[in-house]
Write a protein that binds this ligand. Structure first.
Ligand code: SF4
Ligand code: SF4
Length: 103
Protein backbone atom coordinates (compact mmCIF):
# COMPACT_ATOMS: atom_id res chain seq x y z
CA UNK A 1 0.00 0.00 0.00
CA UNK A 2 1.22 3.47 -0.84
CA UNK A 3 2.01 5.95 1.88
CA UNK A 4 -0.96 8.19 2.38
CA UNK A 5 0.53 11.69 2.30
CA UNK A 6 -1.70 14.76 2.09
CA UNK A 7 -3.73 16.87 -0.32
CA UNK A 8 -3.76 20.69 -0.24
CA UNK A 9 -6.40 23.07 -1.61
CA UNK A 10 -4.29 26.08 -2.54
CA UNK A 11 -7.37 28.18 -3.31
CA UNK A 12 -8.31 28.06 0.37
CA UNK A 13 -4.76 28.52 1.69
CA UNK A 14 -4.17 31.88 3.40
CA UNK A 15 -0.36 31.61 3.24
CA UNK A 16 0.13 31.58 7.00
CA UNK A 17 3.08 29.19 6.85
CA UNK A 18 2.00 27.15 9.88
CA UNK A 19 2.15 23.87 8.00
CA UNK A 20 5.61 24.62 6.64
CA UNK A 21 6.87 25.43 10.13
CA UNK A 22 5.56 22.24 11.69
CA UNK A 23 6.49 19.75 8.97
CA UNK A 24 9.31 17.56 10.30
CA UNK A 25 10.58 16.53 6.90
CA UNK A 26 10.69 19.85 5.01
CA UNK A 27 7.98 18.39 2.81
CA UNK A 28 6.03 21.65 2.57
CA UNK A 29 6.96 25.01 1.09
CA UNK A 30 5.27 28.21 0.05
CA UNK A 31 5.22 28.39 -3.74
CA UNK A 32 5.74 31.42 -5.98
CA UNK A 33 2.21 32.59 -5.12
CA UNK A 34 2.74 32.14 -1.39
CA UNK A 35 0.54 29.05 -1.26
CA UNK A 36 1.46 25.85 0.54
CA UNK A 37 2.81 23.16 -1.76
CA UNK A 38 3.70 19.56 -0.92
CA UNK A 39 6.96 17.95 -1.97
CA UNK A 40 5.47 14.50 -2.28
CA UNK A 41 8.52 12.29 -1.91
CA UNK A 42 9.61 14.02 1.31
CA UNK A 43 6.32 13.48 3.13
CA UNK A 44 6.33 10.92 5.93
CA UNK A 45 2.56 10.93 6.51
CA UNK A 46 2.58 11.98 10.16
CA UNK A 47 -0.16 14.57 9.46
CA UNK A 48 1.22 17.27 11.74
CA UNK A 49 0.31 19.81 9.05
CA UNK A 50 -3.33 18.72 9.01
CA UNK A 51 -3.65 19.58 12.71
CA UNK A 52 -2.30 23.14 12.45
CA UNK A 53 -3.92 24.56 9.32
CA UNK A 54 -6.28 27.35 10.50
CA UNK A 55 -8.55 27.04 7.47
CA UNK A 56 -8.49 23.24 7.22
CA UNK A 57 -7.25 23.11 3.65
CA UNK A 58 -4.87 20.17 4.15
CA UNK A 59 -6.28 16.67 4.48
CA UNK A 60 -4.97 13.16 4.71
CA UNK A 61 -5.27 11.87 1.16
CA UNK A 62 -7.98 9.42 2.19
CA UNK A 63 -10.13 12.26 3.53
CA UNK A 64 -9.57 14.93 0.87
CA UNK A 65 -12.50 16.19 -1.20
CA UNK A 66 -12.57 15.29 -4.88
CA UNK A 67 -12.53 18.97 -5.82
CA UNK A 68 -9.11 19.46 -4.20
CA UNK A 69 -7.65 16.30 -5.71
CA UNK A 70 -8.55 17.55 -9.19
CA UNK A 71 -6.73 20.87 -8.89
CA UNK A 72 -3.27 21.52 -10.32
CA UNK A 73 -0.05 22.76 -8.78
CA UNK A 74 -0.48 21.76 -5.14
CA UNK A 75 2.40 19.29 -5.08
CA UNK A 76 5.68 18.57 -6.79
CA UNK A 77 8.48 16.06 -6.62
CA UNK A 78 11.96 16.88 -5.33
CA UNK A 79 13.45 15.29 -8.44
CA UNK A 80 13.05 12.33 -10.76
CA UNK A 81 11.67 9.24 -9.04
CA UNK A 82 13.12 5.83 -9.68
CA UNK A 83 12.35 2.22 -8.87
CA UNK A 84 10.19 1.56 -5.84
CA UNK A 85 9.50 5.24 -5.23
CA UNK A 86 8.10 5.74 -8.71
CA UNK A 87 5.89 2.70 -8.20
CA UNK A 88 4.75 4.06 -4.84
CA UNK A 89 3.93 7.39 -6.46
CA UNK A 90 1.76 5.75 -9.10
CA UNK A 91 0.02 3.68 -6.40
CA UNK A 92 -0.67 6.80 -4.33
CA UNK A 93 -2.31 8.56 -7.27
CA UNK A 94 -4.34 5.52 -8.14
CA UNK A 95 -5.36 4.60 -4.60
CA UNK A 96 -6.45 8.08 -3.58
CA UNK A 97 -7.78 9.28 -6.93
CA UNK A 98 -5.26 12.08 -7.41
CA UNK A 99 -6.25 13.52 -10.76
CA UNK A 100 -3.35 15.90 -11.39
CA UNK A 101 0.33 15.11 -11.68
CA UNK A 102 3.39 17.37 -12.08
CA UNK A 103 4.94 14.85 -14.51
S1 SF4 B 1 2.06 14.83 6.66
FE1 SF4 B 1 3.85 15.39 7.90
S2 SF4 B 1 5.63 15.14 6.55
FE2 SF4 B 1 3.77 15.17 5.26
S3 SF4 B 1 3.59 17.32 4.64
FE3 SF4 B 1 2.34 17.06 6.51
S4 SF4 B 1 3.68 17.60 8.24
FE4 SF4 B 1 4.96 17.27 6.41
S1 SF4 C 1 -1.36 26.02 7.36
FE1 SF4 C 1 -3.03 26.01 5.82
S2 SF4 C 1 -3.41 28.19 5.39
FE2 SF4 C 1 -1.41 28.06 6.41
S3 SF4 C 1 0.11 27.96 4.72
FE3 SF4 C 1 -0.39 25.85 5.34
S4 SF4 C 1 -2.07 25.22 3.95
FE4 SF4 C 1 -1.93 27.45 3.87
Amino acid sequence: MAKESVVIDQDACISCGACVAVCPGQALELDENGKARLIWDKCTSDFECVKVCPVNCIWQSSQAPESAKSKAGWYRLSGPLSGDLKKEFEEWKSQYGIKWSPI
